[in-house]
Unconditional design. Sequence first.
Lengths: 229, 229
Amino acid sequence: MNQTIETVDQGNRIQDTKERILDAAERLFAENGFATTSLRQITAEAQVNLAAVNYHFQNKESLIRAVLSRRIGPINQRRFDLMDALEFSAGEDGPLVLEDVLSAFLLPVLEARTSCPEMRHWPRLLGRLYTELHGSLMELFQREMAPAAQRFTTAIRRAEPTLSPESLAWGLHFGIGAMAHFLAAGELLRFISRGTVDPEDHMEALKHLVAYMAGGLRALRTEKKEAAQ
Amino acid sequence: MNQTIETVDQGNRIQDTKERILDAAERLFAENGFATTSLRQITAEAQVNLAAVNYHFQNKESLIRAVLSRRIGPINQRRFDLMDALEFSAGEDGPLVLEDVLSAFLLPVLEARTSCPEMRHWPRLLGRLYTELHGSLMELFQREMAPAAQRFTTAIRRAEPTLSPESLAWGLHFGIGAMAHFLAAGELLRFISRGTVDPEDHMEALKHLVAYMAGGLRALRTEKKEAAQ
DNA sequence: GTCTATAAGGAGATAGAC
DNA sequence: GTCTATCTCCTTATAGAC
């Protein structure tokens, strides 16, 4: 057999076993979830031996961690690059536009869906993260996301200074939920819209998601609306 | 043993085996997810025999369906009652306030968390539904939710006539995501807010969620904002 | 309706040859 | 590094006594 040497990926480049496992795991975890995906499915898809998983990664949980870590870094780097550009053009104390900040947060995730083919499963995987994550994985995720959370919290407060810290927390949480749900279950949009909306169009998604999150956040600035009835 | 007769629930009322299984399953599914919860855990928690699950429900998937069906009906009934009241006081062609409609949608779910103790796990379970659901369960859910989706879509359009059907679909999807994420992972709010927000306060949650969704939806009415830079 | 006992299979993980 | 073979455990589901 010796699949390691014979098998090539779609780019005609030889992939080593470790990478193939990560790719297969990423796809299957995204598709079916962490708990329901077995190592056997992964090794079958990756065309490697079952024992290779335990050789390269010690166990299933470490594999999950490795799948996540591989992507989080580059995504957040891209976010930070976009924020660098925004803050540079805004100057030291110039205004920051809420929509721009939200775009810098969302664009790197949404473009991963289409830009490079090897990352097209990441968005859905990210969407799963928030509801399927338990104990140690949650800690890993929070640790890796903490710098980004800090920076975007600060940036949003600069864009909307009248937003209280508590309201910002609520709004951020809701926005992350909206994003995650779209990433994990975007196909529901076809059902809701009766086929008139295409969730694969990620520029449309970005436009609507940014507008929605900005409008939602701004609505939390003052809570002095007592609705009729 | 004969646990069926000896065991009583917190209300001093004798529960039968079937109900105890449903209660235990609801709690454990909400806590740990569908896939990772085994029937053995459920029967242990319910203090019934393992075989009872297969006697009362044919298999695990049917049990999941039963857990879901038991709650969806009453929740949607409560939603419809609230909408009846709203539409009655608004009259035939009177105005409908977006916040009121959203409250009618959200309140029955959020109050389930605290109002009656036997439903306190439902909200989190509902939150899991959207990302963990596969094939046949998704169909069941869509079928049971279709009437509510129809009615609230119509009501929101009446409250905000300038919202296009497509934008409404996007906004509804995002709002469901925000709600689901809060229900399933509300504890993250403690992390995001550094302990200043209490996700268990469901009146606060309703207030913020309604304001956020209303603001987000209204922001989708016109997309003529080209953000600077 | 409820129990015991067990079937039948899939899971993660490892030992040891190559 | 990669393979085969296997261990051990846990899962769902069922057969049959009571």
